[in-house]
Design a protein around this ligand. Structure first.
Ligand SMILES: [Zn+2]
Ligand SMILES: [Zn+2]
Length: 510
């Protein structure tokens, strides 16, 4: 019932594709992106595809850790689930969740000119759809474009997508995005639903770093649903805090993904700044300009721009029953080839921490409010590793230390920073020291999350300052009183752990 609607037969006529070649050259967008020849879509290499056995599939984090060193070089990868859901998403969203309804994003089917007067925005529609109402709308949209609710190969739909986007049709499509909820079944007999790959429970698994986030954050710690139709698109972006993401295709037509590996992220941002955004916009925005504008998640442009500028890009054609993983700081974008339902959530494992540190620094630099308490996660994770290593024999230690090295090294760097900063402040006449913190606080200057230590005035308790900002910010609280340095009561234990890590690292990592 949920078989892909597109790609069943190949004999469907493509409406418009032959009737418009002359008018196509009139389009102003052709001048910008020159999409007259779409053969480049065949030149984008496929990302790696993994086929875990049922045995390997039992522990998602062990499996992800195993493939990450290789797969991360591609930015995105596909994992084909060896087990399938016995209760389809359509049944979950209509029978298990009887009141399920969702709003949609309205997306214009054209590429922005990227000047001040032409910046694409997606707007939210007020009306709500039930699953079947949207399915009917999606199928009729497919029918009116292709004279059939299916029938084209993904490769043909891909070319048609970029042709339509380049031509700049007046048309709009709708996309159910960021819908809180899950389409994994709660039925105890559903094999996939009760597996550890059920995204509802994913972030709370013991090896998941995000288990340490106390509150539920929809989309980050808890999954969201994405219900699409032909050409529903997700614009180029990286995940918040450069986190990993995992995306499951529940049912329907294929989804086409493009991904750029993290080691090309800077080059990607640069290319977008100079070859996608217009001169007016790029000259106004600084070095971080494209990062900030991309965060609006409305920047869509064809991957040919990346190919032309030597930015590596890979493609995935995601079918029902397949997971797509996006790695830390891997930019990605894509679109649907027909009606479908997907689900996604973020996650983190140890090798994310260096990316998390870079994201945290960038957020502070741009005064962006963090969504997760990065420093708290790092310290808690490192202290648990420290506790775990204490009881390990030295034979196992070297293997353990190596597998935890990203977390351990990032933690050592953090503690070195605090050591230096506190040493500098010691004896400063403006500050007294209190050895207890209240909780993670947000620096009022740079919005950084502070867990280990911060400065706060004991009179108003209103304007915490992080130790990075102390030199730049005022020496006194806004209320005029002196600051107190608050540091965690377990700071000594953390310093001790960092020292031990440094020693072990020297022994085992050299
Ligand atoms: Zn600060
Ligand atoms: Zn004050």
């Amino acid at each position: 019932m949920d078989a892909p609607k597109v790609a069943r037969t190949r004999k469907t006529k493509v409406k418009n594709s032959t009737s418009r070649p002359e008018t196509r050259h009139v389009s102003s967008k052709v001048g910008k992106f020159d999409l007259t020849d779409l053969q480049w879509t065949n030149q984008i290499p496929q990302c790696p595809v993994y086929h875990p056995s049922e045995q390997e599939f039992q522990d998602p984090f062990a499996y992800l850790q195993m493939i990450a060193p290789e797969a991360s070089k591609f930015g995105i990868c596909k994992i084909v689930s060896p087990i399938s859901a016995s209760i389809p998403a359509a049944v979950v969203l209509t029978k298990e969740k009887k009141d399920f309804k969702f709003k949609t994003n309205v997306q214009p089917l054209r590429l922005s000119d990227w000047n001040e007067k032409d910046i694409i925005t997606f707007s939210m529609r007020k009306r709500k759809y039930s699953y079947h109402e949207f399915e009917a709308l999606a199928n009729s949209a497919c029918l009116s474009r292709f004279y059939s609710s299916g029938g084209l190969s993904s490769s043909d739909v891909e070319k048609e997508f970029w042709r339509v986007m380049d031509f700049g049709e007046k048309g709009k499509i709708e996309y159910g995005v960021n819908i809180e909820g899950s389409a994994f079944s709660c039925d105890p007999h559903d094999k996939l639903g009760k597996s550890k790959w059920n995204l509802k429970n994913f972030s709370r698994l013991p090896q998941s770093t995000l288990r340490l986030v106390d509150k539920e954050i929809p989309g980050i710690t808890d999954p969201m649903l994405y219900i699409g139709m032909l050409f529903s698109m997700f614009a180029w972006h990286v995940e918040d805090h450069y986190l990993y993401s995992i995306n499951y295709h529940h049912s329907g037509a294929n989804k086409i993904w493009y991904g750029v590996p993290a080691h090309e992220a800077s080059q990607f941002e640069n290319t977008v700044l100079h070859h996608v955004y217009g001169n007016k916009i790029s000259s106004k925005l600084g070095e971080d300009g494209s990062f900030q504008l991309l965060a609006h998640k409305t920047t869509m442009f064809p991957p040919i721009i990346l190919l032309k500028n030597d930015v590596t890009v890979y493609k995935a054609v995601q079918k029902p029953g397949e997971f797509v993983i996006t790695f830390p700081r891997a930019y990605h974008a894509g679109f649907s080839t027909g009606f479908n339902c997907g689900e996604a959530v973020n996650f983190a494992i140890g090798d994310w921490f260096p990316f998390g540190a870079a994201a945290s620094k960038r957020y502070a630099h741009l005064r962006m409010l963090p969504m997760i308490p990065y420093e708290e996660l790092l310290c808690k994770e490192a202290m648990q590793i420290h506790k775990f290593l204490k009881v390990r024999s030295s034979k196992n230690k070297s293997k353990d230390i190596a597998s935890y090295s990203a977390t351990v090294l990032t933690f050592v760097h953090l503690m070195q920073f605090y050591k230096k900063a506190l040493l500098r402040l010691k004896g400063s006449p403006e500050c007294s020291i209190s050895s207890n913190t209240i909780s993670t606080l947000i620096c009022c200057h740079c919005l950084r999350d502070c867990y280990v230590a911060y400065m706060l005035c004991k009179h108003c308790y209103s304007y915490p300052i992080c130790l990075c900002c102390h030199d730049m910010a005022s020496k006194r609280c806004s209320c005029g009183r002196k600051y107190t340095i608050f540091k965690r009561s377990d700071m000594l234990a953390m310093e001790d752990a960092a020292k031990k890590f440094e020693k072990e690292k020297e022994i085992h990592l050299k």
